[in-house]
Design a protein around this ligand. Structure first.
Ligand code: HEM
Ligand SMILES: *[C@@H]1O[C@H](CO)[C@@H](O)[C@H](O)[C@H]1NC(C)=O
Ligand SMILES: *[C@@H]1O[C@H](CO)[C@@H](O)[C@H](O)[C@H]1NC(C)=O
Ligand SMILES: *[C@@H]1O[C@H](CO)[C@@H](O)[C@H](O)[C@H]1NC(C)=O
Length: 415
C-alpha cells in the first residue's frame, strides 16, 4: 500500500504534495489574484434588500428547554431569529429556504448541505441542528437520529474554528474559549477578520490536531467539504456588507454576536445557543450567491497555501502519526496529488468520495439503503455535473481501516 508517511503536516506539504506539484507558487499567485474582492459580482450593494430583519417575528429569542442548538453558529442564529423553526428541527426545504434568503447561500450548496444533513443526521426528511430529539421521529431508520452534534467525522469534524475536538475535549459542538480567543486575537489589531487570517488559523488548528489528537481523522466530507466551508463561511457569511465593502468586512463585535460571546476582551462570556444576528447587519446580495463554485475557489485558495488540507487521512492512534491516503490509490487513479489542486477537482474529490462512502456509513442505520443513497447522489450529482467532475464510480474503502478515528465512528451508531 502506497502512503504518504510523514511526521507532520508541514513535512507532508513540503515533502509530499509539493514535490508532486512544482508550480505551486505560481498557481498560488494566480489564485490569489482571482479570488477575494475581485470576485465577479462583488461590487453589488443594495441596502434595502440586504438589511436583515431582526425585529418583530424575527427578534432574537434564545432557545428554551428542549430546543436544539449545536455546532453551527449560522443555523443556531437562524433558529434564534425564527428563520428556522425555533425548536432547531427543520425539513430539507426549510434549510434551503432560510440559508439562501438570510445568508445568500447558493441553492446548489444549500441543497448539498441540507440533503446530506437529512441522510447523515436525520430521518431523510428533517434533522436536528443539535442532538437527538423526539421532534425528529425515527421513521426510515433503524435507530434514533443523532442530529449534527452526533455526527462526528461524518458531518462534524475536528479542527473546526472554535468547537471542541471530540476525543480531546469530550465534546464537538460547544465553543471552546481557547479557540475563540485565538481567533479573536488574530484579528483584533486591525479589527478585521478576512480569508487570509482564517486560512492561517485553520492551519494552526489542523496542526494542533496532528500534534495532540491521537484520533484526528480528516474525513472526505467533514474534512474536505465541511471544514473549509466552516472557515470560509465566517468571512463570507458573517461579514457585514456595505457600499464601501460590498464583499463584506467582518469586525470583532459582529464576530462575537454570531458566536454568542459577550463581555470585553480578556473576560469573554460564552452563552451556548445564544448566537445572534446583529442589529443593522447587511447580508450578501441575492445576485451574488455563495455557491459551490465560489466555495471551491475559497477552498482551493486555502489548499494552495496548505497542501495538507487535501490530505484525507489522520493520526494512527498516537499524536504526530499523521498518514495521508494517496488519492491515486483511493480513487484508482481518477484523482492524484497533482490534479487535486487544479480546477474544481478538490470539491469533486470531497463530494464524490462522500457519495461513495455513504453505503458504508448508512448500512445498519436506514431501512431503505438504496433510496437514501439515491437521494444524496442525486443532489450531489447535480453539483458535480456543474463542476465538470471526472467520473468516480468506486473507492478503495480499505484505505481507511488504519485510522482509529474512522473505525471508532463505525463501531457504534453515533460517533
Ligand atoms: C444547511 C446549511 C448548513 C449546514 C448543514 C451546516 C452544518 C454545519 C456543521 C455540521 C458544522 C460543524 C462542522 C465542523 O465541526 O467542522 C458547521 C460549522 C459551522 N457553520 Fe454551518 N451549516 C450550514 C449553514 C451555515 C451558514 C448559513 C453559516 C453562516 C454563518 C454557517 C457557519 C458555520 C461556521 C462559522 C461553522 C464553524 C463553527 C466553529 O467551529 O466555530 N453554517 N456547520
Ligand atoms: C467579567 O465579566 C463578568 C460578566 O460579564 C463581570 O461580572 C465581571 O465584572 C467582569 N470582570 C472584569 C474584571 O471585567
Ligand atoms: C454594517 O455596515 C454599515 C455601513 O458601514 C454600518 O452602518 C452598520 O452599522 C454595520 N453593521 C454592523 C452590525 O456592524
Ligand atoms: C437535480 O436536478 C434535477 C434536474 O434539474 C432536478 O429535477 C432534481 O430535483 C435535482 N435534485 C436535487 C436533489 O436537487
Amino acid at each position: 500500500m502506497k502512503t504518504l508517511q510523514l511526521s507532520s503536516a508541514l513535512a507532508l506539504a513540503y515533502a509530499g504534495l509539493t514535490a508532486a506539484y512544482p508550480n505551486i507558487l505560481a498557481e498560488l499567485e494566480s489564485q490569489k489574484k482571482a479570488s477575494g474582492l475581485k470576485h465577479r459580482a462583488a461590487g453589488i450593494f443594495d441596502a434595502a434588500s440586504q438589511l436583515v430583519d431582526v425585529s418583530g417575528a424575527h427578534a432574537f429569542t434564545p432557545p428554551g428547554s428542549g430546543d436544539q442548538r449545536g455546532p453551527c453558529p449560522g443555523l443556531n442564529a437562524l433558529a434564534n431569529h425564527n428563520y428556522l423553526p425555533h425548536n432547531g428541527v427543520g425539513t430539507i426545504d426549510q434549510f434551503i429556504e432560510s440559508t439562501t434568503s438570510v445568508f445568500g447561500m447558493g441553492v446548489d450548496l444549500a441543497t448539498i448541505l441540507a440533503v446530506y444533513g437529512a441522510a447523515i443526521d436525520g430521518n431523510l426528511l428533517e434533522w436536528s441542528i443539535g442532538g437527538p430529539t423526539p421532534n425528529v421521529p425515527s421513521i426510515n431508520l433503524l435507530g434514533q437520529p443523532q442530529g449534527i452534534s452526533g455526527s462526528h467525522n461524518k458531518y462534524e469534524g475536528d479542527a473546526s474554528p472554535t468547537r471542541g475536538d471530540l476525543y480531546v475535549d469530550g465534546q464537538d459542538y460547544l465553543l471552546k474559549m481557547k479557540n475563540f480567543q485565538a481567533l479573536y486575537d488574530a484579528g483584533k489589531a486591525d479589527d478585521n477578520y478576512d480569508l487570509q487570517l482564517l486560512t492561517d488559523r485553520r492551519a494552526a488548528r489542523f496542526q494542533e490536531n496532528i500534534d495532540g489528537n491521537p484520533y484526528f481523522f480528516n474525513a472526505p466530507f467533514s474534512g474536505v467539504i465541511a471544514q473549509p466551508a466552516a472557515w470560509s463561511f465566517i468571512y463570507r457569511f458573517m461579514g457585514n456588507k456595505s457600499a464601501e465593502y460590498p464583499a463584506g468586512k467582518l469586525d470583532g463585535e459582529v464576530l462575537k454576536s454570531f458566536y454568542a460571546i459577550t463581555g470585553e476582551d480578556g473576560n469573554f462570556t460564552y452563552t451556548p445557543g445564544y448566537e445572534r444576528i446583529p442589529e443593522n447587519w447587511y447580508t450578501r446580495n441575492q445576485l451574488d450567491p455563495y455557491d459551490v463554485l465560489f466555495l471551491n475557489q475559497d477552498t482551493t485558495f486555502q489548499l494552495l497555501q496548505h497542501l495538507e488540507f487535501a490530505s484525507i487521512g489522520g493520526n494512527t492512534g498516537t499524536p504526530n502519526s499523521f498518514v495521508g491516503v494517496d488519492p491515486e490509490e483511493l480513487t484508482d487513479g481518477v484523482f492524484n496529488a497533482q490534479t487535486l489542486t487544479q480546477g474544481n477537482n478538490l470539491m469533486c474529490y470531497g463530494l464524490q468520495l462522500a457519495v461513495q462512502e455513504l453505503p458504508d456509513l448508512l448500512s445498519g442505520v436506514v431501512t431503505n439503503l438504496a433510496s437514501a443513497v439515491n437521494q444524496v447522489s442525486s443532489a450531489f450529482g447535480n453539483a458535480t455535473e456543474k463542476l465538470g467532475c471526472p467520473e468516480l464510480t468506486k473507492i478503495n474503502q480499505d484505505q481507511f481501516t488504519k485510522y482509529p478515528g474512522y473505525t471508532k465512528l463505525k463501531s457504534d451508531g453515533t460517533y
